[in-house]
Ligand binder design. Structure first.
Ligand code: ADP
Ligand code: MG
Length: 255
């Protein structure tokens, strides 16, 4: 039962992808924020193609538009203009409900501040996004939660609460939450920003591992060494992509 559902979910995407292997296509994306009398041009004519299985980093100075770009990619918000195609579907002009339905299926988010819910256990935190899915019953969700927690080596803490865990452990739980439904793309916004270097290494190694297993990952970071662990590095400045190059450091060596 469980594997049928999982297979169906991924098959939808794979069919669309088979033609091109392109997962994400942004065309002339602009994002303007209007606040009282100020107009902020956060993104200016972003063109970006992400292929299935790529691991890319986005870096650039504070305020350059990295998080805005990630939130558009993650369908948390719509662009002001331009076209966004995700797995062959035009998702440029969806309303909030349509965006969250697709987000729930296709996107896994990892945030700098972990964003776990403090009065839910580790297992309940990982399960939460799955409960918004009508296609998984409780039994299937339990299997998915266990599988994801096992992958990040946190199954032994399934009944703990976030406050009982170190920052590194909390972020590993957040990674489990992001991957439990096998999303098409994992979006990480400064995933090691709140961690000491040892725990940062553990989380980075986990992302490397997910990438090697075929996940598509897009990670915002201001740390050049983290950026270089991705196979492709994108630099943003003033809302524009100013560099897009392959990393000198293959992921496998950086582990
Ligand atoms: P970064 O993540 O690179 O630090 P952001 O994407 O958060 O940058 O922000 C890009 C620009 O857009 C900044 O000038 C920021 O102040 C502005 N901005 C971001 N989100 C909003 C918002 N919700 N309302 C108004 N301005 C915003
Ligand atoms: Mg940011």
């Amino acid at each position: 039962m469980k594997s049928n559902n999982n297979t169906n979910n991924t098959t939808d995407i794979s069919n669309a992808e088979k033609a091109t292997q392109v997962l994400v296509e942004l065309h002339e994306i602009k994002k303007i924020f209007y606040t009282d009398d100020v107009e902020t041009h956060a993104l200016n004519n972003i063109n970006l193609t992400i292929n299935k299985g790529e691991y890319l980093s986005i870096s650039g100075p504070s305020g350059c538009g990295k998080s805005t770009l990630l939130s558009l990619l993650g369908l948390l918000d719509n662009s002001s203009s331009g076209r966004y195609t995700l797995a062959g579907h035009d998702v440029s002009d969806l309303n909030r409900d349509e965006r969250s339905a697709i987000r729930n299926k296709e996107i896994g988010f990892i945030f700098q501040a972990f964003n776990l819910i403090s009065d839910l256990t580790v297992a309940e935190n990982v399960e939460l996004p799955l409960t918004y899915r009508s296609d998984f019953d409780a039994k299937q969700r339990a299997v998915m939660v266990n599988t994801a927690l096992e992958k990040v080596d946190m199954l032994h803490r399934a009944d703990h609460f976030p406050s009982q865990l170190s920052g590194g452990q909390q972020q590993r739980v957040a990674v489990a939450r992001a991957i439990s439904a096998k999303p098409s793309i994992i979006l990480a916004d400064e995933p090691t920003g709140n961690l000491d270097s040892k725990n940062a290494q553990i989380v980075m190694a986990l992302l490397d591992q997910l990438h090697q297993e075929g996940a598509t990952i897009c990670m915002v970071t201001h740390d050049p060494r983290s950026a270089a662990r991705a196979e492709r590095m994108i630099e943003v400045f003033d809302g524009k992509i100013v560099a897009d190059q392959l990393s000198q450091t293959p992921t496998a060596i950086a582990v």
